[in-house]
Design a binder for this molecule. Structure first.
Ligand SMILES: NC(=O)C1=CN([C@@H]2O[C@H](COP(=O)(O)OP(=O)(O)OC[C@H]3O[C@@H](n4cnc5c(N)ncnc54)[C@H](O)[C@@H]3O)[C@@H](O)[C@H]2O)C=CC1
Ligand SMILES: O=C(O)CCC(=O)C(=O)O
Length: 632
């Protein structure tokens, strides 16, 4: 792929090879006084931007900046030290590419060779391929100016210099400034890549043949082998439902193309939006249906930034080789705290008392107000939330009963119940914490309300469809339920702009909350950290740790190997076929991992980097293959 020389890469230095403008950094080294430094820096930045945007002649800008700087020779080694860690990430990542292709790589800068060459030589770039200005010094080493005979000290210097080089082959310019584009404009280059990893200048990007958020993108665009198997900027992630900014930052830093929406999307909207999306991030509202997935040609992974995943057609995702991750513990505590708060509010009859106060009614009485201490709490669904509620409730003196369809060990003194209806007839407060699987639809209906003790407190913070709402309404109106808290509803508005419609509105001693059990800043921040990291790990290494629909494989870091990731329908013989193909291509296998579930098989094979690339086509053709990708 890389091996034959296809083009000359002419690379700008400031804000392209490095993340910064070197003279800005020099300024911070020269001025010790913070105020002076700030003033000088601002002025230098202003002048740089004018020149970069093509609004000031380069020579004028250089003269003005050096005059402000008053730098000395002794600052140059310090500047080099400062710049070294500031080489752009994708250049650092592709150090090998630069070194291996040093015959074709040129640095062309209006900056100064005194600090540029020491930096770029570490990337294998040849001294005779570095074209830049040079400083002039006085006897005391003060920088007094620059070599005015150097073509690069003039406006239009870059195209003129390229012309003088008479390079053979195509010329691709990589830069962030207008003066880089000028090379292409003057017809001295075949292609101009606007490099946007560090800065985005609209008036430069507008002219680009191709916008490159990284060097990886440029190499990929040219079908050359770089450090990454796939440039991150080509991975589009769509984040819906107001995901915490921490999560947005993590995926932005990873280099993904990020699109953020504050609300959920309807099925039709999502069908349209999902077409070019590789990763989808949602919370509880967005329904990822079979129809949506049929439109999701590029989708690799879904992040549910919550606990519940009933809003996603998991079976269909698995069939299509789409991994789903959630945050199984990050908002558990928040839900439990809300449940505790609500049960106290309800048993003291506070919703009605508060409403009366707002209407000017002073109703000081102990009637219908109780302590929770000594009361019996029935928990339906003794999973992570149910168990944590059990612990806190017991600490407040409640006697806990629980009912779960699966075998669950009692925590503390909690009492396990084998019949839901019996438990309902026993307890004073009931709290629902089951998951949202379809078969849980209306598990609390007339029969269960009838089985409840008179005057019970009822709470649902799990999923809306779990409760028969008309029956709940009747039970509240009849006085069977004397206090009710509902956080989740069968129909919830897509966004805060839509109206909330429910027959539970206006009922006595009833707390209705907009699905905020998990909506604390702590929980949202934890979730926003947890889910993206799982997805990034899957994209980068193939690890499926904590995936809710895929066989869980935690993989070692990929080192000096290529990784074949093969997802297939789980049927006999595929593993043997994979290995036969590898053997027939003489491939040296360094490690292999396999896990299956009912639907898919997930096989990871780490192989020696030197192999016959034809094998990739053959692997993709194995019957039953859902997805195949190569990582390195
Ligand atoms: N209101 C909110 O903002 C939030 C709501 N949730 C909801 O709470 C649910 C529970 O969360 P976790 O405790 O973390 O899940 P979990 O999976 O740890 O626990 C669910 C438990 O319910 C049990 N279960 C399922 N169906 C049942 C049934 N019909 N009868 C009795 N037990 C049944 C399961 O066996 C399991 O033990 C989530 O699935 C989600 O739907 C979760 C977080 C926030
Ligand atoms: O915060 C959300 O949007 C959903 C919370 C929830 O219901 C869950 O975590 O399952």
């Amino acid at each position: 792929m890389t091996e034959s020389k296809v083009a000359n890469f002419v690379i700008d230095f400031d804000s392209t090879f490095t993340q910064v403008e070197a003279l800005d950094v020099l300024c911070t080294l020269v001025f010790q006084d913070e105020e002076e430094k700030a003033v000088a820096l601002k002025e230098i930045e202003r002048i740089t931007n004018l020149a970069m945007g093509g609004d000031l002649s380069f020579r004028e800008s250089l003269e003005s900046r050096l005059a402000i700087l008053k730098a000395n020779r002794k600052h140059i080694p310090l500047l080099i030290e400062s710049l070294r860690p500031l080489v752009s990430k994708s250049f650092r990542r592709n150090k090998n590419f630069l070194a291996e292709n040093s015959d074709s790589v040129y640095i062309l800068s209006n900056g100064f060779k005194e600090f540029i060459y020491p930096i770029v030589k570490e990337y294998g770039i040849k001294e005779e391929h570095v074209f830049a200005n040079t400083f002039e010094f006085d006897d005391e080493g003060n920088i007094t100016g620059f070599d005015k005979d150097n073509i690069l000290s003039r406006s239009g210097g870059k195209p003129a210099l390229i012309e003088s080089l008479k390079l053979e082959g195509e010329i691709f310019v990589i830069g962030d400034g207008y003066n880089d584009y000028e090379i292409r404009k003057e017809g001295k280059a075949n292609r101009f890549y606007a490099f946007t990893e560090n800065v985005e200048r609209k008036n430069v990007m507008d002219f680009a043949d191709h916008i490159a958020p990284s060097l990886d993108e440029i190499l990929y665009h040219n079908n050359m082998k770089g450090a990454l198997s796939y440039p991150k900027n080509r991975i589009k992630i769509l984040l819906l439902e107001n995901i915490h900014s921490r999560g947005v930052k993590i995926v932005e830093e990873e280099g993904y193309q990020v699109e953020v929406h504050p609300a959920g999307l309807s099925e039709d909207e999502l069908c349209e939006k999902i077409k070019d999306v590789s990763i989808l991030g949602i919370r509880s509202k967005t329904q990822v249906t079979k129809r949506v997935l049929e439109h999701a040609n590029r989708l690799m992974s879904i992040g549910a930034f919550c606990i519940g995943t009933n809003q996603i057609d998991l079976k269909e995702c698995t069939k299509r080789g789409i991994t789903v991750f959630n945050a199984p513990y990050s908002n558990t505590r928040s839900v439990v705290e809300l449940a505790i708060g609500e049960m106290i509010m309800l048993i003291r009859n506070l919703p009605d008392k508060i409403a009366s106060m707002h209407q000017g009614k002073w109703d000081k009485s102990a009637k219908n107000s109780f302590e929770v201490r000594g009361k019996k709490l029935g928990i339906i669904g003794y999973g992570n939330i149910g168990k944590q509620l059990s612990v806190l409730a017991e600490a407040m003196g409640l006697q806990v009963y629980y009912y779960d369809i699966d075998e669950r060990l009692a925590i503390g003194n909690a009492i396990k119940c084998t019949s839901l209806n019996e438990m309902l007839g026993e307890v004073d407060i009931v709290s629902l914490h089951v998951d949202g699987r379809d078969s849980n639809t209306n598990i609390i209906g007339k029969e269960q309300f009838d089985a409840m003790k008179e005057g019970i407190i009822f709470m649902n913070l799990s999923r809306g469809h779990v409760v028969d709402i008309p029956e709940l309404k009747k039970a509240i109106e009849s006085g069977k339920i004397t206090g009710c808290a509902v956080d989740v509803f069968p129909e919830e508005p897509y966004s805060n702009a839509h109206e909330f419609i429910s027959e539970l509105k206006g009922l006595p001693n009833t707390i209705l909350t907009p699905h905020i059990g998990g909506s604390t800043l702590e929980a949202q921040e934890n979730i926003a950290e947890f889910v993206p990291n799982k997805i990034i790990s899957y994209i980068n290494s193939g690890s499926t740790t904590n995936s809710v629909n895929f066989p869980n494989l935690t993989l070692p870091k990929l080192q000096d190997a290529h990784r074949f990731i093969h997802i297939h329908h789980n049927k006999p013989g595929i593993m043997a076929e994979i290995n036969n193909i590898l053997a027939s291509h003489n491939i040296n296998v360094m490690g292999q991992y396999l896990k299956t579930n009912e639907t898919v098989g997930y096989v990871i094979t780490d192989i020696d980097t030197d192999y016959n690339k034809d094998v990739i086509k053959v692997m993709k053709k194995i019957e039953g293959t859902i997805r195949f990708r190569v990582l390195y």
